[in-house]
Design a protein around this ligand. Structure first.
Ligand code: CTP
Length: 213
């Protein structure tokens, strides 16, 4: 099968030297890409800026902004059987990118932000993706409730939910603990372990999900 996987954060520029971003390390997405490759699948990895080596045997498409990630996914998704959206895409970007470095002047500065493209939310409608669609949900409360809502709203086959309020797992950590949320309200918990171990369990789970559908 062909897996398309997004990973890492995005960077939304404010001026030539500054940007808005988040703490995503890209480890979960890269671990998933490597696990899918090791299971014999073809993999396209669309990655925001990360400090991880480029995995061998994988097509790596590097992007910076949410808009670039949106365009890269739009270009590559048609040939995918499975799309896993592990990237922590910025939800907002500065309305204006200043041509020159913003100089300090007043005591306060207000930034105007606008919504970025919802890449996962475009998969079913705009991109017409018919394959297995997997999203992530990083939540600080009501984990399953929010994940189930996301699953329905975005037309996903699976949401991988993680509780980012717990220290030592999730964003920028080597380990993660996740709850899998399926249509119809079924859930399954994968306990805390390395992102590498979780990734191979997840690829097996997704492969079974595709072959049973
Ligand atoms: N995602 C995306 N494009 C965006 C934002 C998020 O593709 N612009 C994807 C992420 O890769 C992840 C999932 O959507 O798979 C995370 O969704 P989230 O941003 O939490 O979802 P929302 O429904 O926007 O909810 P929230 O209000 O919690 O932000």
């Amino acid at each position: 099968m062909h897996f398309l996987i997004t990973a890492g954060p995005t960077r939304e520029p404010l001026d030539p030297v500054r940007y808005l971003t988040n703490r995503s390390s890209g480890k979960m997405g890269y671990a998933l890409a490597e696990a899918a490759r090791d299971a014999g699948h073809e993999v396209t990895l669309i990655s925001g800026p990360v400090f991880l080596p480029a995995p061998s045997g994988i097509v790596l498409v590097k992007v910076e902004t949410a808009r670039e990630m949106f365009e890269a996914v739009q270009k590559h998704i048609a040939s995918a059987d499975v799309a896993i959206f592990a990237a922590a895409v910025a939800d907002y970007r500065p309305v204006v990118k200043a041509e020159q470095k913003i100089k300090k002047s007043a005591e306060t500065l207000t930034l105007e932000l606008e919504r970025t493209e919802d890449i996962l939310g475009s998969a079913r409608g705009l991109f017409g993706f018919k394959g297995c669609l997997v999203g992530f949900a990083a939540e600080t409360e009501k984990l399953v409730e929010h994940a189930q809502d996301k699953l329905v709203r975005k037309g996903c086959d699976l949401i991988i939910a993680n509780d980012v309020s717990q220290p030592g797992i999730g964003f920028d950590s080597a380990e993660n603990a996740i709850t899998l949320c399926l249509p119809g309200g079924q859930t399954q918990t994968l306990p805390q372990q390395s992102k590498t171990a979780l990734a191979s369990e997840l690829i097996q789970f997704i492969t079974r999900l595709v072959s049973s559908s």
